[in-house]
Design a binder for this molecule. Structure first.
Ligand SMILES: CC(C)(COP(=O)(O)OP(=O)(O)OC[C@H]1O[C@@H](n2cnc3c(N)ncnc32)[C@H](O)[C@@H]1OP(=O)(O)O)[C@@H](O)C(=O)NCCC(=O)NCCS
Length: 309
């Protein structure tokens, strides 16, 4: 049957769908499983004239970044490249007026599919890999401590939880402001502050303080573990005169601490837009690995403008 003649039906996912077809898709939950989200199945006519489910997708708001909605879909492998993914994404898009967002690995099928729908990159984010044990890294850390005017350098586990969460929240808000605006501070603090606090190894994450206020944070994530670790780094107020120096101090503390634990490399998932971390990591000759693109998929106004003849 030609693609144009292929009849498709869309409807909310039910509990019976999940029981019958859940094993065929990496994600399938009944519609309404989460407030504000829709979950749909895509059906086509089966060989016996019955309807069979060949795709599932979901759409819903992003609590932390309200300007773009979240979308995810999967088409059964036996039914790909026949326009079903495009049709399901367009149907999901009718439940939102916002553009949609996703994260793609370069060269992946997800990227090819979303680009075919007009997806544009709003930020490319490589992991920046630092060789923790390298002789030059050791000298870099010593040079930072020799150069930077004294400040208090503390493990998160030595500081009040609320103070660290406030600092994480401030940092997150300005880091994303220009390219992925955030929700109001109380929402951000609840969603992001707690998540970063809970997901950090607090005994090995570091904060720099001046006059009792946190000025820079170096966060060691609890995953992965082993010789390669991941983390993030930035100033709490990037415009402060000592922000650059304090970010360097926080990073030096983190690197020295990791070296003592026998860690070989640290990957930082910062953004190229971060004004202090990116230039500091360049001085450490960090390698760029596994870049991902954050992409916006037209929907609502941008989808209508895309269709303009
Ligand atoms: C990505 C996915 C949803 C695409 O579904 P689909 O039904 O095959 O998509 P479509 O037939 O509508 O493809 C539309 C266009 O996307 C591009 N595309 C899709 N899959 C592609 C692939 N594997 N390689 C290259 N281009 C691809 C093509 O340009 C295609 O048009 P064409 O077939 O005329 O060349 C499906 O492969 C899938 O479920 N993958 C696993 C989960 C996933 O990556 N989901 C992405 C969620 S955003």
């Amino acid at each position: 049957m030609s693609e144009a003649a292929q009849k498709r039906w869309f409807r909310p996912v039910t509990g019976a769908d999940v029981e019958r077809d859940g094993h065929r898709f990496s994600w399938m939950k009944p519609d309404g499983w989460r407030s504000g989200f829709r979950a749909l199945v895509l059906e086509i006519e089966g060989a016996a004239g019955d309807r069979c489910v060949i795709g599932v997708g979901r759409i819903g708001p992003n609590t932390v970044h309200p300007t773009r909605d979240l979308v995810e879909l999967e088409i059964d492998a036996a039914h790909r490249r026949r326009g079903h993914g495009t049709a399901l994404l367009r149907e999901l898009g009718t439940y939102s007026a916002n553009p949609l967002s996703s994260k793609v690995e370069l060269g992946s099928e997800r990227e090819a599919f979303l680009r075919s729908l007009g997806a544009v990159t709003y930020l490319r984010v490589p992991l920046l890999r630092v060789d923790v044990a390298a002789e030059r890294t050791v000298r870099w850390c010593a040079a930072v401590r020799a150069e930077v005017p004294h400040a208090e350098v503390r493990r998160w586990s030595e500081l009040p939880r609320e103070q660290v969460i406030d600092a994480l929240t401030d940092c997150y808000a300005w880091q994303h402001a220009s390219w992925s605006p955030t929700a109001p501070r109380d929402v951000l603090r609840r969603e992001v502050g707690d998540e970063f606090w809970d997901g950090a190894i607090r005994e090995h994450s570091w904060a720099v303080r001046r006059d009792g206020a946190i000025t820079a944070l170096a966060d060691l994530y609890d995953d992965p573990v082993g010789p390669g670790r991941e983390g993030a780094l930035e100033a709490v107020d990037a415009a402060m005169p000592h922000a650059r120096a304090d970010v360097a101090l926080a990073l030096a503390a983190l690197l020295d601490d990791l070296r003592e634990q026998g860690v070989a490399h640290l990957d930082l998932d910062n953004h190229p837009t971060d004004p202090h971390t990116a230039p500091l990591l360049a001085t450490l000759r960090a390698d760029e690995v596994d870049p991902v693109d954050l992409v916006e998929i037209p929907n609502g106004l941008t989808a209508r403008l895309r269709e303009l003849p």
